[in-house]
Design a protein. Structure first.
Length: 253
């Protein structure tokens, strides 16, 4: 066999092995769940993933992209997993049995706005800002779906949807938005808007969050199993709490 062909096969083998020990994870930035990929604090769910997969000799390839695109590319098998998903976001994905995060959604208004969430019917009196592809709560998701073609629902996507919704809230283009409590508080601190936005009610029950993997990638079940086993180990060793403490959070279990 010519040496050039031997070299080519060796190169192909090296390339395959170099990528065999990597997991690709994508989502839009949703700090503190997941944040800037270049930061020393990329989000507690990313730190959890790094700990879990480092023990398996697997590196994390994490980057940010719009949520709907991340879901689509993971569903197509172009990406291994998304971070920060609930089962209602992608019921066809492969989920670990142990969650990697926890969330509670709230409604928020501009400070001084009289509206408060009391029941689904109270949403009918306002323009609500939501983010494309997000799942909030079964009943609220249904309301959004039923009213998405009306002016009651103002949905937005792209790279910075929360910042855009906050700007729309401040200038009165929407009356309220629905968002993760920890995410909104972190964003308000970043934008120095803590004194301009207030809570207007709880949006559904607390939800567990997961790193959920592609239904079309052969290693998804193994990744999900590793995440479940890793969470049990991190929790029992105390490492999980040290990760969460870095972000001012506590264990949800």
């Amino acid at each position: 066999m010519p040496s050039s062909i031997v070299f080519l096969f060796a190169l192909i083998g090296w390339f395959a092995s170099a990528h065999a020990d990597e997991i690709t994870i994508r989502a839009d930035i949703w700090y503190p769940h997941n944040g800037d990929p270049k930061s020393d604090s990329p989000g507690y769910m990313i730190d959890i993933a790094k700990e879990v997969f480092a023990a398996k000799g697997i590196t994390i390839n994490y980057d940010a992209m719009p949520w709907e695109r991340a879901l689509a590319q993971t569903r197509e098998g172009k990406i291994d997993c998304v971070v920060g998903a609930a089962p209602s976001d992608a019921p066809d994905f492969i989920f670990p049995t142990e969650s990697q995060g926890h969330n509670q959604n709230y409604f928020f208004v501009k400070k001084g706005h009289p509206w408060r969430y009391t029941a689904l019917a109270s949403l009918e009196t306002i323009k609500l800002g939501v983010i494309d592809g997000y799942s909030y709560d079964d009943a609220i998701d249904k309301y959004i779906q039923d009213n998405k073609s009306t002016t009651r629902i103002q949905s937005i996507g792209g790279a910075t949807p929360l910042e855009q919704n906050l700007k729309k809230l401040l200038v009165g283009r929407i009356d309220a938005l629905v968002e993760s409590g920890p995410v909104l508080q972190s964003k308000l601190a970043q934008m120095r808007l803590e004194d301009q936005i207030e809570t207007a009610g709880v949006a559904g029950a607390p939800a567990e969050l997961f790193i959920a993997c592609s239904p079309r990638r052969p290693k998804s079940a193994d990744f999900a199993r590793s995440l479940s086993e890793g969470m049990i180990q991190l929790r029992s060793s105390g490492k999980l709490q040290s990760i969460l403490a870095k972000y001012g959070l506590k264990d949800w279990k």
